[in-house]
Write a protein that binds this ligand. Structure first.
Ligand code: ARG
Length: 364
């Protein structure tokens, strides 16, 4: 499909360079006219050009420049007429026939994507709420923006992988499972009434904050879950399902398709990533934690906690590796709230540093 603004930029660019061949990097501004009575588009280059020339000791009025530009407009099928207004604005009226042809084409064929040079594999990480916690407005915003980006990439003909990197492997599960064990000891045979997961979460968090013994046990539970003990996996599955159903209601309303690949999906890959960082001598110990500094960064990533558990950092590192090397992504996009910016920036540095050969586009 033809882009009128681009065509006009080309026409005026040519007119300017023919009119003033000696003026390097002449500013080229073509905009849609806000008020239809002044024409359809406007070229506002004459004023900044006059300033440029003044700086070089040539005093020419913007109106004079505008006139010279107009005289040099090349033959084209778009422009009906131009007029110079005010200090040197060039108003552009388009040919009605030309516009009506464009519009009928749009009506008959719909909006057509520009032709794609090379189909790309695009991974979009969006939505990504946390299990057992409520999806908040930040997640909703990410869901809507992320899905819109996916639709656009697909419309352009790319292959898109939509990923929901849900928080499903962290400390909150230790608290929840420890609480579940106390309050519903028969949870392995009977489905516990945790329909109101928020209330359940709040109660377990209260105990976690107030009771040292409970806290210790909660941490042990996370480690047992992360080492995949069957009873813990069963409790974890119960909890995840309740949350998943809640999230799905929102996705159904918004007509969102997304593949869940939460932190737990990367469990085995996390072990490998930690080992690789260790073998490369990049890991430092900090009060029992294993941390990694990205080149030039003062904030480290925690890849193993002092109790041996993994963090969101670890799963994100495993995920990026998987997305680059297994999924063979050309473009990876994270749609998160600004709270994650520092972290994603570090991740980007690590990713580029992992292998100089990586020329993938990784956008935060
Ligand atoms: N679950 C995280 C949160 O709610 C967002 C995760 C964003 N995606 C990622 N790959 N880190 O804050």
């Amino acid at each position: 499909m033809l882009n009128i603004n681009q065509c006009l930029q080309q026409i005026f660019g040519e007119a300017i360079s023919t009119a003033y061949p000696g003026l390097e990097n002449a500013p080229l501004t073509v905009t849609l006219n806000q008020q239809a009575k002044f024409g359809d588009y406007q070229c506002n280059s004459a004023m900044p050009m006059a300033q440029m020339m003044k700086a070089k000791g040539q005093k020419v009025s913007p109106r004079e420049i505008a006139e010279k530009i107009v005289q040099n407009i090349p033959n084209n099928e778009l422009i009906e007429r131009t007029e110079i207004a005010g200090p040197g604005f060039i108003n552009v009226h388009l040919k009605r026939m030309f516009v009506s042809k464009l519009l009928s084409n749009l009506l008959v064929n719909g909006v057509q994507p520009p032709s794609l040079k090379k189909k790309k594999k695009v991974v979009v990480d969006f939505s990504s709420p946390n299990i057992a916690k409520e999806m908040h407005v930040g997640h909703l915003r990410s869901t809507i923006i992320g899905d819109s980006m996916c639709r656009l990439f697909e419309f352009l003909g790319n292959e898109v992988l939509r990923l929901n990197h849900v928080g499903d492997w962290g400390t909150q599960f230790g608290m929840l499972i420890a609480h579940l064990q106390d309050k519903f000891p028969n949870y392995l045979s009977v489905s516990p009434p945790i329909g109101d997961l928020q209330a359940f979460y709040k109660a377990s968090k209260k105990r976690f904050d107030e009771d040292e013994e409970f806290k210790k046990r909660a941490y042990q539970c996370v480690v047992k879950l992360q080492s995949k003990e069957p009873d813990f996996i069963k409790a974890w599955n119960l909890i995840c399902d309740v949350s998943r159903n809640e999230f799905q209601k929102v996705y159904n309303c918004l007509d969102i398709r997304i593949e869940e690949r939460g932190e737990s999906y990367y469990q085995d890959m996390m072990t490998v990533v930690v080992k690789e960082f260790e073998e490369k001598g990049l890991v430092q110990l900090d009060e029992g934690r294993k941390i990694v500094f990205a080149p030039g960064q003062s904030i480290p990533l925690t890849i193993v906690k002092s109790d041996g558990g993994y963090t969101y950092d670890t799963s994100d590192l495993a995920a990026i590796k998987n997305r680059l090397f297994d999924e063979k992504a050309d473009i990876i996009i994270y749609v998160t709230d600004s709270g994650q910016v520092t972290f994603l920036f570090i991740l980007r540095i690590i990713c580029i540093d992992v292998d100089d050969q990586i020329t993938k586009c990784f956008q935060c």
